[in-house]
Design a protein around this ligand. Sequence first.
Ligand code: AGP
Length: 613
Amino acid sequence: MCGIVGYVGPQDAVPLLVDGLKRLEYRGYDSGGIALHTSEGIVFRKCVGRLTELERDLDARPVTGRPGIGHTRWATHGEPSVRNSHPHLDGSGRIAVVHNGIIENDQELREQLQAQGHTFLSETDTEVIPHLIEQALKDGAASPEAAIAQALKQARGAYALGILFADQPDTVYAARLGSPLIVGLGADAHFIASDVPAIVHHIDQVIYLNDGEMAVLQPDGVRILDLDGQALTPEVKPVDLAPEAAEMAGFETFMLKEIHEQPRVLRGLLEKHTHKKGHVDLTDLGLSADYLQQLRRIMIVSCGTAYHAAMYGKFLLEHVTGLAVETDLGSEFRYRSPRIEQDTLFVAVSQSGETADTLASLRLARERHCRVLSICNAPGSSLVRESDAVLFTEAGPEIGVASTKAYTAQLMAFALLSMAMGRARGEITSEQEQAWIKALEQVPNAIHYMIERADHIRAIADKHHDGPSALYLGRRFNYPTALEGALKNKEISYQHAEGYAAGEMKHGPIALINEYLPVICICTKTTDEVYEKMVSNMREVEARHGRIIAIATDGDTHVQAFAEDIIYVPPMCEEFSPLVNVVALQLLAYYAAQARGTDIDKPRNLAKSVTVE
Ligand code: AGP
C-alpha cells in the first residue's frame, strides 16, 4: 500500500527520490519521508500529508546527499504523523529503513527487543526492523547483509524494504517478501522502487526481486542474494515501458487520461488475440481442448472493481461455455471452505497483481490442485509469478486510484476468454465467434463517441452531484456495470452510492426513492426481455418521483417519457454493452467528483494496491 524508492549513483539523491515518490503517491499518500547519506551521517526529512509538504520542508531546510531512500505511506499501524512516517531508525540513528507491507509479529518482536534495552519512538510495525538489524550487529553479525538476513528470518508477514547504513556510504540494501519491489539498472545509477513507472525515466533494465531475495546496490553494480547469503543470478529484463506512459500527457488528471486511453487499449488487446482472422487465439494459455472437455467448473476470485469484472466474466462464461461458473470476493473466499478440486479452473483477476486477498485465494486454490489462470495488468507481479497462465490486460500503467481502463480491459479479456473456451468446447460456432469479434471491433469507436459526449455528461453531473446519495440499477450483463458505476461515484466523489440488480429494487431499496434521489438506470436496448423489464423498473422509480438518469441507446425516444436526463450511448449487442456503458458512468462519476472538489486521482483513505488483508 505504501511506495518505496531508493537511489545509488553520482547525483544528489533528493530530487530523484522526491520525483520517484510523487510517481508512487497513488499507492499511499498520508505521509512521506526520505533518508540520505550526508557528511553528517544519515539525515532524514518527514512530513504528514501529501508530498508537497515534504517539498515545502525541503525548501525550508535544504539538504543534499547520496545514496538515499524514500517512502510514501498509507497508514496501517499508527495514525499518519511525523512520528509514524518512514524512514524509521534504529536506536543509534545509524540504520534507516523504509518498508511496504506488514510485520505480523511486530508486537512479539517489540517486546523481545524492549527486553534487550531497545526503545521505540513510533507505533509502527516497521520500527522493529532497524532495531532487529541493530541487535543482529550487536550480536556479532559479520556484515550488514548478514544482519539484515538475521533480522528478516525473525519477521513474519510481508515486506519490501529499502535500508541505509551510516557505515556504508555508497550502498542501498533491499529485500522482498510478499510486497512488490524492483531493482532498476541505469547507465551510472541504480534504483529500487515499488514499480517501474516510478523510475522509468532513469533505467534501461529491471530485475523483479523474488520473495526471499535481498539486493545490494552500489554505484558499480548490483548483487542479489538469498537470506542464507548465497549469491543468485537474477533475470535482468529490458524496460519495455515508454516513459510517456507514466505522464499525464496534458490531461488534468491521470483518471481522465486513462478514460481516454480505453479505445486504444481495447483495440490493441482485441487485435493481439484475433490476428488469425475471425478467431480468438489464446493458445499461449495452454487451455487445450482436452483440458477444457474435462473441466467442470470455473471459480473467479478478485476484489473491488476487478470483482465487478469477474461478475461480468461469470455471466459471459456461463452464457458461452456451458460451464458452471462461480465468483467470490478474495476477502471472503479465503475464509470459506470452497469446494474446488482438480476439475476447477481458478481465475484470479487483478490490475496490480499484488492484492493480498486475491493472492491468498490463489494460494488456497493451488493447494487444492486447481489450475490457476490470472487476468492481470502488471507483468512481474506476484499474481503473475504464481499463476499457471496469464492473460495480460495490457492497459499500461494505471495511476489514477479509481480503476477505469484496467476494468474495461478485464471485460475485454473475459470476452476473449469466453469465445476461445466456448469454441473449444463446441458450445459456439465459428460463425457466432466471427459475429462477436465483429461486434467487439465496434467497441473502441463506441467508447470514443461516448467520450465525445463528455460535456453533456458533465452538465448532468453538475445537476445531480450535491445530493447525499445515488442509486444505480442494471440487469443481467449490466448488473455489474451498475455496481461499478456506484463504486466509481463513491470512491472519487464521496457521494454515497448503491448499485443494485434492478429487479431486486422492490425488495428493499425502493424505500429510498423520493423526489431527491438520482437513480441511474442502465437501459440500453439489447434483448427485448431485459430492456422491457428494465423499463418496468424505471416506471416503478418514476411512480415514486425518483429522478431518473437513463443510460439509453441512441435513437431510443421511449425513455424520454420518464427519464429526467438521458445519456445516449451507441448501439451495442447486450453481451458487450457493459464495455461501453461503463464509460458513461466513469465520466458521470468523474464530473460529479470535479463538481464536489475532491482529489480525483488520490481519493481519501484509498490506495491503489491493497497489499494488506
Ligand atoms: C478500483 O477503482 C478500486 N480502487 C479498487 O476497488 C480495486 O479494483 C481493488 O482494490 C482491486 O485491485 P486489483 O485489481 O489491483 O487487485
